[in-house]
Design a protein around this ligand. Structure first.
Ligand SMILES: Cc1cc2nc3c(=O)[nH]c(=O)nc-3n(C[C@H](O)[C@H](O)[C@H](O)COP(=O)(O)OP(=O)(O)OC[C@H]3O[C@@H](n4cnc5c(N)ncnc54)[C@H](O)[C@@H]3O)c2cc1C
Length: 410
């Protein structure tokens, strides 16, 4: 079949490979090129051990404290409050116990596919050297915050996820670069991170081109369901395909709406600062959950970032937020370079209120498959999503139950 994959982010590229494996004639379409969107500058964690949704009663209890601090881990841009209200209302609904349980079950299912899918894809493409398996740490500076997190760890344990709880001294034995402010944490030996999210996304693109997957630069302006599916562009002539995979990350909504689907996709903007050449500030990725940021020792340099800012796709970034994250990180990381020596970045997490991506057929036609909305875990879940997309295109049963991921669940 002739298949277009819209979006040369990590999700689209992984889907393109999975479809080429089945012998389809695949064309990737992007308005810029590979790694132009959120896949370019994220934290680079293959965080398959995370199974908690964003929405939870605990998170809602923390919201007032977070919102008091305009540069804290969660902020809503004043100019965007009205637009984000419906999404926020759904977020609150998603934290009801029944929905929470559904989300955890579904996240656990897709996360369980994530690492094996990455192992398979990286081996197939010969890019295993771009994935590091040094585990990850979640650390705390206040005993009460560590205590409060214990039910979260109990859930991970029940899901069969391996970790060790450590005191401050044990954390520092693993990571001498952390200061005495850290009083304990959890060590996940099985988690992984990539050499650099841009590099691995580009590697997926280059290996795709090498196996004759096509690439077309164009801005998709319209999609018309039918046989064939017709794509119109704002900057080139229309094109026709037997099937289309829609994986435009945070920019998927307008095309989805043209197909008659109302999906509550918005963006959680995130910020970071990277220090090129600084590769050994810590050995492995470290999360500071009470402060809403993470660090990653990428091969290209040390990265510090996180935060959630609800502000849509158009407002300019506010890098005072990045500076604030860096200021906090300085308390916990001994040799953190000065902010001014770093490179700042903001990205758009494609987020659905129930923390689950949308993977499934469009309601308009089985010829269009959606694969977007991976929120905080697009890099992690991309290889697994690619395989699911290939199953859907083939009309085969999928490895996991897709009910919770269906486009018509809203
Ligand atoms: C600060 C931050 C840290 C993160 N850390 C992690 C992490 O550690 N681990 C993890 O798993 N995830 C992480 N994420 C989330 C992850 O980055 C995203 O979920 C993932 O990159 C989404 O990939 P995607 O392919 O869906 O979208 P994108 O990478 O955004 O790709 C979408 C593509 O669509 C193209 N496009 C858009 N509109 C059109 C159009 N009309 N026509 C043609 N092309 C178009 C864009 O040019 C872009 O290339 C993080 C995100 C942020 C912001």
């Amino acid at each position: 079949m002739k298949i277009a994959v819209l979006g040369a982010g990590i999700v689209g590229l992984a889907a393109a490979h999975a479809l080429a494996d089945e012998g389809h004639v695949v064309t990737i379409i992007d308005r810029e090129g590979p790694a132009a969107g959120t896949s370019r500058g994220n934290a680079g964690w293959i965080a398959h051990t995370d199974i908690d949704p964003i929405a939870s009663p605990k998170m809602l209890r923390q919201v007032p404290r977070f919102l008091m601090d305009p540069l804290g881990p969660l902020a809503i841009r004043r100019e965007y409050i009205l637009q984000i209200l419906p999404w926020l209302a759904r977020l609150i609904l998603a934290s009801r116990p029944s929905q929470l349980e559904r989300s955890i079950k579904a996240i656990t299912a897709i996360q369980s596919l994530a690492m094996p899918a990455w192992d398979r894809l990286s081996e197939q493409l010969g890019i295993g050297h771009l994935i590091h398996r040094r585990g990850s740490l979640f650390v705390y500076d206040r005993p009460q915050a560590f205590q409060t997190a214990l039910p979260h760890y109990a859930r991970q344990k029940a899901a069969g996820i391996h970790f060790d709880l450590l005191d401050g001294g044990e954390v520092r034995q693993l990571e001498p670069g952390l200061t005495d402010a850290i009083i304990g944490g959890a060590y996940f030996p099985d988690s992984a991170h990539v050499s650099d999210p841009r590099l691995i996304t580009e590697a997926l693109y280059e290996t795709a081109r090498a196996r004759e997957i096509g690439f077309v630069r164009g801005t998709v302006a319209r999609i018309a369901a039918g046989n064939p599916v017709v794509l119109s562009f704002s900057d080139r002539d229309p094109m026709e395909f037997d099937k289309v995979v829609l994986s435009l990350g945070a920019w998927s909504k307008p095309l989805v709406a043209q197909l008659g689907d109302a999906i509550p996709l918005d963006t959680e903007r995130g910020y970071n600062v990277s220090f090129p050449g600084q590769t050994m500030v810590t050995r492995r990725p470290v999360a500071f959950p009470s402060h809403g940021f993470v660090t990653t020792p990428l091969d290209t340099g040390f990265r510090v970032g996180g935060a959630v800012e609800l502000g849509g796709l158009d407002l300019p970034p506010n890098h005072e937020r990045t500076r604030a994250i860096h200021g906090k990180a300085k308390r916990f990381i001994r040799d953190l370079p000065d902010f001014e020596t770093g490179t700042t970045w903001m990205g758009f997490r494609p987020s659905i209120p129930d923390s689950l991506p949308v993977i499934g057929y469009s309601n308009a036609t089985k010829s269009v498959v959606y694969a977007f909305g991976h929120g905080h875990y697009g890099l992690t879940q991309s290889a697994a999503t690619g395989r699911i997309v290939a199953d859907l295109i083939a009309g085969r049963p999928t490895e996991i139950d897709l009910t919770s991921f269906r486009p018509n669940r809203f």
